[in-house]
Design a protein around this ligand. Structure first.
Ligand code: ADP
Ligand code: MG
Length: 729
């Protein structure tokens, strides 16, 4: 019978590069041509409607039915002029991906024909029969009502002749069933809290919005090789595979010249991204072979999150044109780097400033310091929540695996800022503030001061690092939506800023001068958040020990990490800021646990199946060859020579038997543990059992299989090997 692996390898190496013809014109000629953006709206909407939509986008004003009808008919006209036949509400259910249900624009007419229609009511709200989306018990399946509602802050776009309208997804009773709703609420919370604090410094500031620039890492693999690995197809990662003799040890891939096939793929998906207004800017090779990264220019966070979801989708679609498959899993291959999605985050004002840009010298900028210190405090007090916001089965394999930040949350601010903070904490007398620290000083933000550029030595190991004029949250997983991490980050900072303001106001009420009050509270916060600051190597063993001594948590598995979602403190925090209710949080907790359980369950089944039905039969086949061989030797050799010359074969036969027995026994044990876990009623107990009882078998079974890979004749091995998956370009 044909060896699937060799067929796949042959197909992969014989691929021709599919050249992408240069598109006519400059990127700016087609950038955003598939979105209903401000300039298109101006063209298609009457003055009043345009103004109302802009007010909704900028100030969250409501849009009434009359205006919605106008917007809908303009949207339809625009979309049809570009060839659209269908429309859909595009939303982010708690599966983590995006969902759409297409409807044609048509309505039948009396004369047996049809006309294209699209009403305001269809734009504003839909009721998808979405009973199979996870709801954590909020929405019973028999009462399958879930509603999607238009989010005008993210522009409608065209994909494959379908008009896509970004929406939120809520239950009949108004509870959030998606990732967008809490994000929008967290954005509202931070806007209010940050504006209130900005008002101490600059009365002109009326709006603050968070910004996000993500960096998407991914692997490419030839589709033939991909389909020859059932584990990649079903779980997104390889559950077996011995390390290739060469992988990333020479660091010769990082920032290297991009292989032609990969480059053509990038070109094509970037064109698609640009047409959809996604400002993709940077592309490069990453550390591991066949690993890459792409990053856009940062945008307002809600839009940026939508763009990331869209981009992941586009990449996967375009890859097919090149016979490539995009692996977004956090750890597709053991022993080489996994993939993350750094979330660069900052706060912008409606006066056009980035709040996290320090002044000419840091000391002249009390506003910058105030925000910086509030962020430190927020992370210090909610480190577990940030950890939970990036928890997933895939990310568990990456966090702390020597190439990614550990599961321990800490903040890096650089030695210069560290010094500034220590200085302010210990040396500044709030009663006698130097001129440069006062709020009345003319605060200009000309550019990042040289001193900072020199001093934010880029600590690559920190999970949460200040990088000159933004924070970089590096623990987010490559396949994850950014919205969880961004909802939590914006929420905790919002809550912290609110607390800050009330403390300062209280002092002011007690006749303390404003600047003095601010400095006093800032000093307290510096002292109170030292624990979270760490400037050293976060990948080191020493840090694990030190973090333990500091009392920082190191929650290695998803079920442990998620627990904080339902603590009283978390529920208070979310409800106080009107982001999620206790009921919604509990539902989310259950959904995420179930999701984890299912992922591990699938991996465990795939692993068991591959081990028993692919690996063991192959090992036995090879073992039989060895047995035949030694029988033959016995026939032709005298007894003494036989003993001497068949030693290696006999040894190999024994070793193979040992691994086969090991695999059989361990797979059996793992299956039993799965059965036990499956009988558990509580989602929490079940997830824990999968993490602690089932998952530990993966590595031990793998080590037997990977040893067999080295023993068995290469000609018989059925699964594409790492050297093929990682190096065929
Ligand atoms: P790295 O060195 O980590 O690869 P870069 O310095 O190139 O990263 O920047 C990475 C990302 O940071 C980009 O997506 C960029 O748009 C984003 N970024 C820059 N400034 C801001 C900001 N003010 N807010 C949010 N993201 C930002
Ligand atoms: Mg980065």
């Amino acid at each position: 019978m044909d060896n699937i692996r060799f067929n796949a390898v042959a197909a992969a190496v014989s691929r021709k590069v599919r050249k992408i013809e240069p598109t006519s014109g400059k990127i700016s000629d087609y950038f955003g041509e598939l979105i209903f953006n401000e300039s298109v709206m101006k063209e298609y909407l009457a003055g009043e409607a345009f103004q109302k939509v802009m007010n909704a986008v900028k100030h969250g004003d409501k849009i009434d039915r009359r205006i919605a009808n106008q917007v809908a008919s303009s949207l339809k006209a625009w979309a049809m002029s570009k060839g659209a036949t269908h429309y859909t509400h595009w939303f982010h259910p708690l599966t983590g991906s995006t969902a759409e249900k297409h409807d044609a624009f048509i309505s039948p007419t009396d004369d047996g024909k049809a006309i294209e229609n699209f009403h305001g009511s269809e734009l504003v709200q839909q009721e998808p029969d979405a009973s199979s989306f996870p709801s954590g018990g909020i929405r019973n399946t028999f009462e399958a009502r879930g509603y999607t509602a238009w989010d005008p802050t993210s522009p409608a776009f065209l994909m494959d002749n379908t008009l896509c309208i970004p929406t939120i997804f809520v239950s009949y009773t108004g509870e959030a069933l998606d990732y967008k709703t809490p994000l929008l609420k967290a954005i509202t919370a931070i806007d209010k809290a940050a504006v209130d604090v900005c008002q101490y410094f600059d009365k002109r500031i009326k709006k603050v919005y968070p910004t996000l620039g993500w960096e998407q890492e991914y692997f490419l693999v030839d589709s033939a090789l991909y389909y020859a690995r059932p584990d990649l197809v079903l779980t997104g990662r390889t559950v077996f595979g011995h390390a290739s003799a060469k992988d990333q040890q020479l660091s010769d891939h990082y920032f290297g010249s991009i292989a032609e096939r990969a480059k053509q793929f990038m070109k094509e998906f970037e064109i698609e991204a640009h047409r959809l207004g996604i400002p993709v800017k940077t592309r490069h090779n990453e550390v591991a072979p066949n690993q890459f990264e792409c990053a856009p220019v940062f945008e307002e966070v809600n839009l940026s999150v939508d763009h990331n979801q869209l981009l992941m989708h586009i990449m996967q679609r375009i890859a097919r044109n090149h016979d490539l498959t995009v692996l977004l899993h956090e750890k597709p291959y053991a022993k080489v780097n996994g993939s993350g999605k750094h979330n660069n985050w900052s706060l912008s004002t409606d006066t056009g400033e980035n709040i996290l840009t320090p002044g000419r010298t840091t000391k002249t900028n009390l506003r910058f310091l105030t925000f910086l210190v509030n962020i430190l405090k927020a992370v210090n007090e909610n480190a577990d929540l940030l950890r939970a916001s990036v928890a997933s089965a895939g990310n568990d394999l990456r966090l702390g695996a020597n190439e990614a930040p550990p599961a321990i949350v800490s903040v890096f601010v650089g030695s210069h800022l560290s010094g500034v903070l220590d200085d302010i904490e210990t040396r500044v007398n709030p009663g006698k503030i130097s001129k440069e620290l006062q709020t009345g000083t003319n605060l200009s933000f000309p550019k990042v001061p040289e001193i900072l550029l020199d001093n934010t030595d880029r600590n690559r190991t920190s999970p949460f690092a200040f990088t000159g004029n933004k924070f970089e949250f590096r623990a987010v997983g490559a396949s994850d939506t950014c919205s969880n991490a961004m909802s939590v980050l914006n929420l905790i900072v919002a809550d912290q800023l609110t607390a800050f303001k009330s403390e300062v106001d209280k002092l002011i009420d007690h006749k303390v001068k404003k600047d003095e009050a601010i400095i006093k509270v800032v000093q307290n916060y510096i002292a109170g958040s030292k624990n979270i600051r760490f400037e050293g190597n976060s990948y080191s063993k020493e840090w694990e020990t030190e973090a333990g001594e500091r009392g920082l948590s190191d929650l290695k598995t998803t079920p442990e990490a998620l627990k904080v979602l339902i603590s009283g403190k978390t529920i208070d925090l979310f409800t106080r800021n009107n982001v999620l209710t206790g009921r919604e949080l509990k539902a989310r907790y259950e959904i995420m646990l179930e999701n984890y359980t299912k992922k591990i369950q699938i991996e465990s089944r795939v692993l068991g199946d591959l081990a028993k039905n692919h690996i063991i039969p192959t090992a036995i086949k090879y073992q039989n060859l060895l047995v035949e061989n030694s029988k033959g030797l016995k026939e032709v050799l005298d007894a003494q020579a036989f003993i001497k010359l068949s030693k290696n074969q006999i040894q190999a036969i024994k070793e193979i038997s040992h691994h086969i027995a090991g695999i059989n026994m361990l797979v059996e044990e793992m299956t039993n543990e799965r059965r036990v876990a499956n009988r558990m009623d509580s989602a929490e107990q079940k997830a824990k059992a999968y993490a602690k009882k089932v998952h530990p078998y993966f590595d031990v079974i793998r080590s037997h299989v990977d040893k067999l890979e080295l023993l068995v004749d290469d000609n018989l091995w059925p699964l594409p090997k790492y050297r093929e998956l990682l190096f065929i370009k």
